[in-house]
Write a protein that binds this ligand. Structure first.
Ligand SMILES: [Fe+2]
Length: 205
């Protein structure tokens, strides 16, 4: 794609799809800076988990992008839902549960060559291993591995983060809760890998 020449002879960078994701990132930061910082941390954990699972470079790239933008659909969630402290009622919960599909559509609209592959991972980051998740109620290995990684590291970071209405949960308590979700929300094999990651050991795979 050619650069655009300006009247004073400066060259603007070509308009490409990398600009589109910069705009998405900035929009998410302005909408909800907690979510933006949370997504940065989730990206780092997801990358480490992807490497433990021996994903190739292409899948790692998709995973990191999906992690960075997994909650970008929250841009479209109303304030009284997005910023509601504590438990959501059924109506608000239904609205909040639209964010994976909203996010997938936003990322797909970037026009990147990897947009649909990454959008699929975003769409399924709230599925559950036992089929009780959303939006499609996928079960077990029907859920993309990368989305299962996101579910785990997203939950861990959310629990161990400081929020306006509560302090961070301890690592130990967070691990206990994740362990209790093995076979329900969480892929048990990935939980084992995550424990190895936190201990700094080598992959069990
Ligand atoms: Fe989410």
């Amino acid at each position: 794609m050619q650069s655009i020449s300006t009247p004073v002879g400066l060259s603007l960078p070509p308009s490409d799809s990398s600009c589109a994701i910069d705009v998405l990132a900035a929009a998410l930061d302005q909408r909800d800076s907690y979510t933006d910082h949370h997504c940065d941390r989730v990206s780092q954990l997801a990358l480490a988990m992807g490497q433990r699972c021996d994903l190739d470079e292409s899948r790692l790239n998709h995973l990191v992008l999906a992690a960075r933008f997994h909650d970008v659909g929250k841009i479209g969630i109303r304030d009284d839902v997005l910023l509601h402290p504590g438990k959501l009622d059924d109506t608000k919960m239904a609205a909040m549960r639209s964010h994976p599909e909203r996010g997938a559509r936003l990322f797909a609209a970037t026009g990147r060559s990897d947009a649909l592959a990454v959008a699929k991972l975003i769409r399924h980051h709230h599925e559950a291993w036992n089929g009780s998740g959303y939006p499609h109620g996928l079960q077990g290995e029907e859920i993309p591995l990368e989305s299962r990684i996101l579910t785990l590291v997203d939950g861990y970071d959310a629990m161990t983060s400081q929020r306006p209405y509560r302090g961070p949960m301890s690592t130990q308590r967070s691990i206990e809760i994740l362990a209790s979700e093995c076979g329900k929300l969480i892929d048990p094999r990935l939980f084992g890998e995550f424990m190895g990651l936190l201990r700094g050991g080598s992959s069990a795979a």
